[in-house]
Structure formats: structure tokens, C-alpha cells
Design a protein around this ligand. Structure first.
Ligand code: OAD
Ligand code: ZN
Length: 236
């Protein structure tokens, strides 16, 4: 096989690293309601609560026990060894485990937990500690203007034009660890199919759009992703 590859990842790839998924029985949306913590309206209504939710997730991500697993590592190996064209990682995850594993060509369509955005000057800055309703923007010094640099329900995902371009031109599209419930990410497989790409789903269980994939493999990401990558690279 030759040509470029687009990999879409979701929360399932980080599950074995110790981060929660959203829609599994023990997932985040079983504990808090989307409309309380992940919408622009929630932020207007109760900024403190929304900050507390993302502060807790940021703290969990920065726990020394959290590290990339073999699935993240395999995707970094794929990117650095694939000779057939470009490898682009499109992730719905706001964690930085792909970066820590060594992937470089990453598009975070739902934003990043370790970044804050200033609503006054639009600057995006790294943040590792807690944010509060009176935090000061490190760029314009305005107080109370910072929000998490994440995409909330009702907001446009980031860099989607670029993502559409990559998916429309790829030869292989692989979806990993996502339930296929959230659009536009869940619709990328159809764009890939229209472009004539081969489509593969790697997940713990069939996703909402499982029938749209040419090939499906079910199991834990840390087990099935390294096997798949080895096959693509022709080393297994
Ligand atoms: P979900 O929680 O909806 O789906 C996670 C998927 O991972 C499920 O299909 C699980 O079966 C699968 N899974 C669980 N453990 C796994 C493992 N060890 N190996 C492989 N797969 C595993 O998470 P996402 O699809 O990523 O958006 O959710 C999409 C978006 O919805 C998120 O980005 C977030 C959320 O609301 C926003 O907050 C905007
Ligand atoms: Zn600012």
C-alpha cells in the first residue's frame, strides 16, 4: 500500500493510560451532565463549576502515573516509519498523550486541556495549574478573561477545513477508540469512503458507524493498535 494515512482517535485510546472515556458506563458523562460543564451556556451560568471540571481533568492528566500506552507509541512509530506518504493524527482527545509518545503531525479538533484561551485578546497560552474566574491573561493582563482551550457542545471543532483536506486525499483512514457519536468527527469515515480510501475501525466494541468501515478489529487499543501498525509497516 502507498499513499497518505489519516488516523482519528478518541477517548478509548487513552483509557488504558488511566484517563476516563465519556460514554462508557464508568465514563465522564455518567458522572456529570454535558449541559453543566461542557457548553458555552454552562460557562456563562457557572464559570467556577466549569473551571473546576477542567481543573480536575488537567490535574488528573498531569498525575505522574499517567503515561502514553502502547497504542499511542505504535502511532508515533507509524508516523516516523511510513514511507508511503503523510501520516496525520486527528484526535478528539484533549490530553497530550500522543505528543508524549512522540507523534508530531497532530490536529486537536476538540482543543487541548493544557492550553487556555483569552476571550479578550484571543491569545492561546500553556496552562498546567488551575484556572479561576479571576485568572489573569499572561499576554494582555486582563483579569477573568481566560477559558479552557477546548471545544464545547454547540461550538465549531478546530481546523476542520484542514482535516477535510487530509481525509479527502488519504488512501487509508483508521478510526481508533471512538464511539462515533459526536459529529463532525463521526462523519469523517464517509468523506474517506467517498475519496476511495480504505477504512478501518479499531475499537473495544463496534461503534455507531461500524458498518461504514471496510475492516474492523475489536479489542483493547494497547493490543490491537500495535498489531495493526506492524502489519501496515510490513514488519509482521
Ligand atoms: P466515547 O466515550 O464516546 O467512546 C469511547 C470509545 O472507546 C467507546 O466506543 C469504547 O468502547 C472504546 N474503548 C473503551 N476502552 C477502550 C480500550 N481500552 N481500547 C479501545 N477502545 C476502547 O469517547 P469519544 O468517542 O472520544 O467531546 O467521544 C467523542 C467526544 O465526545 C469527546 O471528544 C468529547 C465527548 O463529549 C467534547 O467534549 C466536545
Ligand atoms: Zn489576553
Amino acid at each position: 500500500m502507498t499513499g497518505s494515512i489519516v488516523i482519528l482517535t478518541g477517548a478509548g485510546i487513552s483509557k488504558e493510560s488511566g484517563l476516563s472515556t465519556f460514554r462508557d458506563p464508568d465514563g465522564i458523562w455518567a458522572q456529570v451532565r454535558i449541559e453543566d460543564v461542557a457548553t458555552p451556556q454552562a460557562f456563562v451560568r457557572d464559570e467556577e463549576r466549569v473551571h473546576a471540571f477542567y481543573n480536575a481533568r488537567r490535574k488528573a492528566l498531569l498525575d505522574p502515573a499517567i503515561a502514553p500506552n502502547d497504542a499511542h507509541v505504535a502511532l508515533a512509530i507509524l508516523e516516523s516509519n511510513w514511507q508511503g506518504g503523510e501520516v496525520t493524527l486527528v484526535t478528539q482527545n484533549v490530553d497530550d498523550l500522543h505528543e508524549r509518545a512522540g507523534s508530531q503531525n497532530i490536529i486537536h479538533i476538540h482543543g487541548e486541556l493544557l492550553k487556555a484561551r483569552c476571550m479578550a485578546c484571543r491569545a492561546v497560552a500553556e496552562i498546567r495549574g488551575d484556572m479561576t474566574p479571576v485568572s489573569r491573561c499572561p499576554v494582555c493582563q486582563e483579569r477573568g478573561s481566560l477559558r479552557p482551550h477546548v471545544v464545547w457542545f454547540g461550538e465549531e471543532p478546530m481546523q476542520m477545513d484542514e482535516v477535510h483536506g487530509k481525509v479527502s486525499a488519504c488512501a487509508l483512514f483508521v478510526s481508533i477508540g471512538t464511539s462515533g457519536n459526536v459529529y463532525p468527527a463521526a462523519g469523517l469515515v464517509e468523506i474517506a469512503r467517498e475519496a476511495g480510501a480504505r477504512t478501518v475501525e479499531l475499537n473495544l466494541e463496534p461503534s455507531a458507524g461500524a458498518s461504514l468501515f471496510d475492516e474492523t478489529r475489536y479489542g483493547k487499543a494497547s493490543e490491537i493498535v500495535p498489531v495493526f501498525v506492524a502489519r501496515i509497516l510490513g514488519v509482521a
